[in-house]
Ligand binder design. Sequence first.
Ligand SMILES: [Zn+2]
Length: 568
Amino acid sequence: MKLFKGLRNVLVNQKVLFYWFLLILIVPNICLCFTESWSPMAKLTQVLLPLSVYYGLMSTLFKNCGKTLWILFPLVFLGAFQIVLLYLFGQSIIAVDMFLNLVTTNSNEALELLDKLLPAIVIVVLLYLPALIAATVLVWKKDPCPAAFLRRERRRSLWLLGGGVLALLATYLTDSRYDPKTDLYPLNVCYNVQLAFQRDAQIRHYHETAQGFKFHSRPTHPLHQREVYVMVVGETSRAQNWQLYGYPRATNPALKKIEGLTVFTHVLSESNTTHKSVPMLLSAVAASNFDSIYYQKSILTAFKEAGYATAFFSNQRYNHSFIDFFGQEADRVEFVKEAGLKADANPSDDDLLALVREELSKGADKLFIVLHTYGSHFNYRERYPADMAYFKPDAPVDAKVKYRSNLINAYDNSIRYTDRFLAQLIALLDRQEVNSAMLYTSDHGEDLFDDKRHLFLHASPVPSYYQIHVPFLLWTSASYRANYSAISQVAEQQKEKQISSSASFFPTMLQIAGIQTVSRNDTLSVVNELFKEKTRWYLDDHNRARRLTDVGLEAPDFDMLDKTGFTY
Ligand SMILES: [Zn+2]
């Protein structure tokens, strides 16, 4: 009883609460000092400067520090969000994309991860909730802090501010790349919030800014010769688990037997997120010119202008952004997942084949189809029917390192299912006996607890080798190979070149179909003799192109890049 009373006295003691509130405000800064690779001086600034500001606010704003904490609630909220993310990814501040994802992606994906987030949510509640309750009690009791105490603390905060400013100056002097906008919490997160609003506005105005855009494309192939081209954008499929890329398991039994298939071996994606990677694959936009996306249209319009009937079939949900905008340029658009009556509908990628069959049966002279599959997205076991589980056991597959072998089995089953899907698609095209081609890549790869870092899934603020090495395949029909033998030959010659899927998918598809436009850069087309290996870029959260050596890849990633023969 005495202990309880003592504790209660401490908890209503303004002076104790003053320091407690200060401590919880500075916790995210302290955590970031452990997770980020900033210089020691930058870390000192990271703690001293914000602490002095919080200190100043706590001792100046109100006599009742409970009131001050509630006024600073946005900081408490950001701190909680930041700590959850640090728990999930082990590093990085809250990214622009994370704010944007709140409005552009569907909630199902976030809910899939809820299990994994639960411990972090418990930590955050334990950390912040008691302080907020204590602050509420203080406000309710209207009990002010002694004026002399606040005066003394104000003086101390000024001393601390002086120290913080000196640390900031020293950081500028010793670290030429230091920028508070990206390296000082919570300023960097506020900057990201502002960028998210700016980008959201640009997305909303896209239809106006891109309205007048034209490719001025023209066909160069004979007008009355039937041609069918299919571009397949896969999901979360990493080259490491493809038998065609040297994986020892039988994940590609069907494609292995197919004639006319060229496997490009050294292909990296310039993003590890769907919502950035897919628009780059579908347009002339890549990391090096990403902001031009607000003024451009996609490959569907380029084919349409050249006289093609076009279709966009997706097995993903609406993303309310560029994937939808670009897809909707097609003459026929179907999102099979959105067509389902039930919100939890889980159609198979095979449903897309039925739509392709339908389009082919219409017999258009010139037909171009883009397929957006769900491929190998977590939860892997839901990506293939149970009777097609070849690698077993494939359950349980919770996102935990102890289930790694089950997860790999399930993931490999999904790759094997993609193998079958692509082989069936090729067979459909082959039966048409026309000039035909299929170009496939995946938007990004996936981490599967591959090394001691225990990384899992994709879209983390810092990519890994496994998240960016993607398969890239070209299939051409016998008649196409006969009529355009040069294209097939050049493809074979260049299949081991260093390629960026994000930059090369678009011009390669246009060239295969013989479509000319000023937007087609032949030095990026992997079926063009003019193809040139270029600097490798990666698209960062601020939409800037960064060198691969400058995006936070770690030693295990560079080891894998070296081992698999990449230059970067
Ligand atoms: Zn994706």
